[in-house]
Every structure is written in C-alpha cells, then in structure tokens.
Design a protein around this ligand. Structure first.
Ligand code: NAD
Length: 499
C-alpha cells in the first residue's frame, strides 16, 4: 500500500499545502492502493479560481500567434510522452495499454484542432452596411472556465475541454475524477513545460465539495461536465441557477441494430469490440444488440465464439484484450446486475461473474457477459451498467427496432449493420440519437467535428469540442463603426436603419 499524495496543481505547480482530506487511488488489476489524492476544500477551490482569475487578463491579451505556438508545443510534448501518459492511464484506470494509447490519440486530435485557433476565431466584417458604417462580429473568451471529468477517459475527456478553452483565451480549472487523478497533473505539467503561464490551467482534485464550489463560484463563467446522467442533471441545474454557461454530457445505453442482410462476421467483430473494449466502461460502448428478424440465430454463435477467444488480464499484460473494472465496488455493482438479469428471466449465455485472473486474484475483474432474450422492462436493459455486459433484444422488424431505440431515454450513440443502403439511410434519418454509425459500432467524431448525444445524454445547448467547443468557450460581440463624415451631421430620433 502506498500513501504517496497526488496534490492539486495550482498556479503552475504542485500545491504544497497538506490537504485536510484525501482519498485512496487503487490499482484495479491488483486491488492494492497505489496512492492517495488530495480532496479540495472550498478554500482550495477558491485559491485555484483566484489564480485562474488573476491570470486571465494577460492570457486573454496574449496574441493569437503566441497562443498558437504554445498549442503546437503542447501537442509536441503530448506526442513525445504518449507512451508514458498511456502507462499512467493503465495503472490507475486498468484499461489495456493499447486502449490507453488510443485514448491519448483521440485527445491529441482535439489539441491539433485547437492549434488552428487563428482560423477558428476569425470574425465577420461587412463594409458599408449603411452610409459610412461598417459592422464587425468577433468572438471573445468568457473568463475562467471549469471542467469536471469522469474516470473512464482520464486523458481524452480533459483534452476535449481545456485545449480549446485555453486556445480561445480563457483560463481553466479542471476537476478530474478522484478515481484516476494522476493523468490530469501530468497533462498540466506538460503544458507548463511547453510554456503555459501559471494560473492558465489549474487542477483541483476531489469530490462533490469541489464540484459544488465550482458550480457556485461567482468567478467561474462556464462549466463543461462529462459523467453520469444524474450528476450531469445536477451540474446543469446548479450551474445555470448560478448564471453559468453549462454543457453537461451524461450516460448512455447504446444500441447496435443488426439487420438480417448484414455481413455477420463484421457485425460480430464490431459487437464484441464495442461491448467489451475497455471492459464496457465507455460512454459509446454498445450495451444493447437489437437483432432483427431471424438474425440472432446466425449472429449469436459468432459472438459467443469470439467471446471465448478474449483474454482478460491486467491492462499492463500485452496479451490482455480486456482489463479490470475501476473499483471493487463497481465490480460488485456490475455482478449484481448480472444476478438481477438472471432473476428477471433473461438467458445468460456467457457469465463473467467470479472471474479469477491468475496472479491478480484481488483485481476488480468481471469477464465478458452476454444475455439473450432481454426485454425492455428488465433492469439490465433500463439501467446503464457500465461494464462488460451485452444484452441482446430480439425485434421482428426494422420499424420495431427503430421504435425501441427511439423510446430509450438515453441517446448518445447508435449503429446499424446492414448491406442495404436504403435501410441505412432511413435509419440515419429516423433515429433520435446524437451520433450514428453505419457499419461503424463506435461513431466518435474526429476532433474537427463535435461530440454529443441527445435527450438524457446531454444537457445544455452545446456539444463538446470541435466547432461547438469554440462556440461554447466564446461569446459574440458585434461592433458597428462610423467614422465622422461631415455629410452625415445632424440629430435623427428615428430607430437606426440601413441606407
Ligand atoms: P460520475 O458522474 O460518477 O462522476 C463524474 C464527475 O462528477 C467526477 O469528477 C466526480 O468526482 C463528480 N461527481 C460524482 N458524484 C458527484 C456528486 N454527487 N456531486 C457532484 N459531483 C460529483 O461518472 P463516472 O462514474 O466518473 O463516469 C462514468 C459515467 O460517465 C458513465 O455514466 C458514462 O456514460 C459517463 N460518460 C459520458 C460521456 C459522454 O460523452 N456522454 C463520456 C464519458 C463518460
């Protein structure tokens, strides 16, 4: 057991104050405590926000060219340290090294997008909108922005937020998950090493004390949140009550619809990859497979066969396909859902409960689990399990499959597998979900598009990163200019008009 303390990152360096509270950080593969992480008090959050507020005027006025150069240097540092960051992610989160490298890559893509900030912040100008009058529309930064992030992508999700916020001229306070906090400090350290001034990026660790203070703090202008739906709703309600701009991305229950004409080997590969990758702890994981018509009879044996070939082990084991869950508590929660699925009458085809991994007997493992005959009223269908559990629902037709997906309160991602272009096109148009894949199981948009679900998967008006990220972290200003022209002297009490 290690008691090494992971501190806050305040004013460009690790915080030297001893925290009043701290919490354990585990190695999910062994079950042992790796470290402790500081839990911020209200006073700690206030210190971080004060440093970010103090840094803002100079950062806002830093020329775009210099901000761009800094983003490029940060990108280079991330690229050079991607292996190291992925190792930190694996150590605290448990996902495999290959998966962690993928997450760093997707975060890097957002940094690359932010490197184009000069282009992204270009405004509009109209000359001679009236006699001697010009109009300019620009976007300006908001001030101090805050980000609250989940445990499942400790590198990628923070990178969805702060690079764009900072490139736009804001300062930023990040509150990462207390379950895997080290990556955030390393990212802040790399950015500082690239030349970012102190106070522009702060990291405070902790739990709801820190979150609620950020949501209420008068000097925080905007809050980006990614996590579970109940907390996303709380963040949106509390933040907007305190007059903040809020984007709050919540949980998911993503359906993959397979039509009878689909390429079944492609569909089976996709279902297994998307359901069990990262042990199902992805907001874009496929957790429901909707088998249309008679396709289940032909598809399920293929899925079962692939599950049999999956190797579960420590994320540090290069041969492992799937690692442990984040905590012992979460492992028990996932196992209890499997118990309930059996009690509610679903057919348990593959059972991941009680899995023992040699050499890691105390690790937080659940193996790949497959249920057939799942019905919408069952808790394994209704709730987000966030583990390696795939539920197969059988539907008679394309229409009833679309109806099932559209009745679900969550609407993050979905996919259809088919060789029928007409059916795929109809699916794209009729489905009420924010991100749609056609023969692509995890349709996460690249950094130059924006990411976001609908309904209970996103509260607020803006998706995250990409062009919507630039809009979220800036506000518009329109400037009307007339230089004195002797021909236009004279009082006019009419409402301003063109011409
Ligand atoms: P979580 O909601 O428990 O925690 C997210 C953040 O909120 C953490 O920083 C945590 O410290 C904080 N928090 C937790 N409880 C709080 C409370 N009562 N009050 C204030 N703050 C609180 O989520 P998690 O378990 O870390 O992550 C998994 C969830 O995140 C899943 O539901 C998953 O679907 C979702 N997620 C969504 C997306 C997306 O883009 N929509 C992406 C990743 C994860």
């Amino acid at each position: 057991m290690s008691d090494e303390l992971i501190p806050h990152w305040i004013d460009g360096k690790p915080d030297e104050r001893t925290p009043q509270h701290s919490g354990p950080v585990f190695d999910p593969a062994s079950g042992a405590q790796r470290a402790r992480v500081a839990f911020a008090s209200v006073d700690d959050v206030d210190r971080a926000v004060a440093a970010a507020r103090a840094a803002w005027p100079a950062w806002r006025d830093t020329p775009i060219t210099r901000r761009t150069q800094l983003m490029f240097r940060f990108r280079q540092a991330l690229e050079a340290q991607r292996e190291e960051i992925a190792r930190i992610v694996t150590g605290e989160h448990g996902k495999t090294h290959a998966d962690a490298l993928g997450e760093v890559q997707r975060g890097l893509e957002v940094v690359e997008f932010a490197c184009g900030i000069g282009q992204l912040l270009k405004g509009d100008v109209s000359h001679q909108v009236s006699s001697g009058v010009d109009l300019a529309a620009v976007r300006e930064p908001l001030g101090v922005c805050a980000g609250i992030t989940p445990f499942n992508f400790p590198a990628m999700v923070p990178l969805w937020m702060f690079p764009i916020a900072i490139a736009c001229g804001n300062t930023f306070v990040l509150k990462p998950s207390e379950k895997d906090p080290s990556t955030a400090n390393r990212l802040a350290e790399l950015f500082a090493g690239a030349g970012l001034p102190g106070g522009v990026l702060e990291v405070v660790h902790g739990d709801r004390v820190a979150v609620d203070r950020l949501l209420e703090h008068p000097d925080v202008a905007a809050v980006s949140f990614v996590g579970s739906t109940p907390i996303a709703r709380h963040v949106q309600e509390t933040g907007t009550r305190h007059a903040k701009r809020v984007q709050a991305l919540g949980g998911a229950k993503n359906h993959m619809v397979v039509l009878p004409d689909a390429d079944l080997d492609l569909a089976a590969d996709a279902a297994v990859s998307a359901a069990y990758g990262s042990a199902g702890e992805r907001c874009m994981a496929i957790s429901v497979l909707v088998a249309v018509g008679d396709v289940a009879e032909r598809l399920l044996p293929r899925i079962e066969q692939r599950i049999g070939g999956l190797r579960v082990g420590s994320g540090e084991d290069p041969n492992a396909d799937m690692g442990p869950l984040i905590t012992g508590e979460h492992r028990d929660r996932v196992a209890s859902y499997i118990d309930r699925g059996v009690e509610e009458g679903a057919a348990l085809v593959c059972d991941g409960r009680g899995l023992r991994v040699a050499g890691h007997e105390d690790g937080f493992f659940v193996g790949p689990t497959l249920f057939d005959g799942v019905r919408p009223e069952m808790s394994i269908y209704r709730d987000e399990i966030f583990g390696p559990v795939l539920c197969v629902v059988r539907e008679a037709s394309f229409e009833s499959a679309v109806g099932l997906v559209n009745r679900n309160p969550w609407a993050n991602g979905t996919a259809i597998f088919t060789n029928d272009g007409g059916a795929a096109r109809r699916f794209q148009r009729e489905i009420e979900v924010g991100m749609v894949g056609v023969n692509v199981p995890i349709p996460v948009p690249l950094g130059f598009y924006s990411f976001g679900g609908w309904k209970s998967s996103l509260f607020g008006d803006h998706s995250i990163y990409g062009p919507e990220g630039v809009h979220f972290y800036t506000r518009p200003k329109v400037i009307t200019t007339r230089w004195p022209d002797p021909a236009h002297r004279g009082v006019d009490l009419g409402f301003p008009r063109s011409g």
